[in-house]
Write a protein that binds this ligand. Structure first.
Ligand code: UDP
Ligand code: MG
Length: 325
C-alpha cells in the first residue's frame, strides 16, 4: 500500500460522493481554482459510494480530461466511512485531505491546512465556527456530541463532524475504519500519538441535493463513542473492566449473603422467606458471568491483535534499524 515519494502526488484529496450530480463539477472547479493558484502538487480521488444519479458519468467526464482526477466506484452504497477508507487505500500522497463533495466545505482552506501539517502536526481538523446547517436538528446535537466526545476521549476538538480534515499519510494509514467511525479518526490518531491542530474553516449551506443524514446519526455517534472508548482504553486489558465489575458484584453478594444470615439469627427471619437471598444468588451468578466475559474478551483481544499483527505500541522513527513488520 505504500507508494510514497512520488513527487507528483504529495497531496491526495479524497471526496466521498453519493448522489451529488449538481455539485461535483463545481467542487472540482473549487479545488482546481484554489490549489493551482497555491502551487500544490495534488491528486483528487472521488469515491463514488453507489450513486444512482448522474454522478458517475460526470466524474468519468472530468477524469477523462484531467489525469489528476481518480475515481473509485463502489458496487453499492457502503457509507461515507467506507468511501473514505477506499480513498485512503488508493491514495499515494504524503498528506491526505478529506472533504465533502456537496460544496459545504471550501478548498480555499486547504493551503492553510497543508501549512499546519508542514509545521509538524499530524492531523489538522477543520472547525466550522460559522456552521450553515439547521439549528435544532444539526447544530445543537452536534455541539453536545462534540462536547461529550472530547470529554470522554480527552481530545480537545470542537468539531469532529467536520469533514474537512488533513492527515499525514503515514499516521492515517495506521488507522482501520469500521462502521460509521470516520468522525473518530482524530481520536484514534491522538491515541497512537499524533499531534493534533484545529483551524476554523468556512462552511456553506447545501445548495443542491439533499443531506444523507438525519437525527438518527446522533444516537449512532453516542454508541460509536462507547465502542471507541472501550477499544481505545480497555482493549488491551478487558479483564480489568469486566473482571472488575465481577469482583464488585461478588463483594455485594457477600454483603447481602451475610445480611441474610444475620437476619436469621437476630430476627429469626427464615432464609428462604428473605428476598435478599434471591438477590445474593443473582449477584453471585452475575459476578461469575462478568468474570467469564472478561476472560472471553481477553481471548478475543489476543486474536484481534495477533491476526492483524498489531503491536501494543506505535513507532515514529527507527535509526539504523529496519522495520520488522
Ligand atoms: N456520502 C457518502 N455516502 C453516504 C452518505 C454521504 O459518500 O452514504 C457523502 C456525501 O455525498 C457527501 C458527504 O458524504 O459528500 C457528506 O454527506 P452529507 O452532505 O449528506 O452530510 P451532512 O453535510 O449533511 O452532514
Ligand atoms: Mg453536507
Amino acid at each position: 500500500m505504500k507508494k510514497k515519494n512520488n513527487p507528483d502526488n504529495s497531496i491526495s484529496i479524497v471526496l466521498p460522493v453519493y448522489n451529488e450530480e449538481e455539485n461535483i463539477a463545481l467542487q472540482y472547479k473549487n479545488i482546481t481554482d484554489n490549489l493551482d493558484g497555491a502551487k500544490l502538487k495534488y491528486e483528487i480521488i472521488f469515491v463514488d459510494d453507489g450513486s444512482i444519479d448522474r454522478s458517475v458519468a460526470i466524474l468519468n467526464e472530468i477524469a477523462r480530461k484531467d489525469r489528476r482526477v481518480k475515481i473509485v466506484q463502489f458496487r453499492r452504497n457502503f457509507g461515507q466511512t467506507a468511501a473514505m477508507a477506499a480513498g485512503i487505500d488508493h491514495s499515494s500522497g504524503d498528506i491526505i485531505i478529506f472533504m465533502d463533495s456537496d460544496l459545504q466545505n471550501d478548498a480555499g482552506d486547504i493551503a492553510r491546512m497543508v501549512d499546519k501539517i508542514h509545521e509538524g502536526y499530524d492531523v489538522v481538523s477543520g472547525w466550522r465556527k460559522d456552521r450553515k446547517d439547521k439549528l435544532i436538528s444539526r447544530k445543537i446535537p452536534s455541539r453536545m456530541a462534540n462536547w461529550l466526545i472530547s470529554r470522554v476521549s480527552g481530545v480537545p476538538l470542537h468539531d469532529l463532524g467536520c469533514s474537512l480534515k488533513a492527515y499525514r499519510g503515514e499516521v492515517l494509514r495506521q488507522v482501520k475504519l469500521y462502521g460509521e467511525m470516520h468522525r473518530f479518526i482524530p481520536v484514534h490518531a491522538s491515541w497512537v500519538g499524533a499531534r493534533i491542530a484545529e483551524i476554523p474553516v468556512q462552511h456553506h449551506a447545501r445548495r443542491f441535493g439533499k443531506s444523507k443524514y438525519g437525527i438518527k446519526r446522533t444516537f449512532k455517534v453516542i454508541l460509536d463513542l462507547i465502542t471507541v472508548k472501550f477499544m481505545g482504553s480497555f482493549s488491551t486489558k478487558p479483564i480489568y473492566v469486566f473482571g472488575g465489575a465481577g469482583l464488585v458484584l461478588f463483594g455485594l453478594s457477600a454483603v447481602s449473603g451475610v445480611a441474610v444470615i444475620i437476619m436469621k439469627f437476630t430476627h429469626g427471619l427464615s432464609m428462604n422467606r428473605n428476598p435478599l437471598l434471591i438477590f445474593t444468588v443473582l449477584l453471585i451468578l452475575m459476578s461469575f458471568m462478568f468474570i467469564m466475559l472478561g476472560i472471553l474478551a481477553e481471548i478475543l483481544i489476543r486474536i484481534y491483535h495477533e491476526s492483524q499483527d498489531k503491536t501494543p505500541y506505535t513507532v515514529k522513527a527507527l535509526v539504523n534499524l529496519k522495520k520488522t513488520r
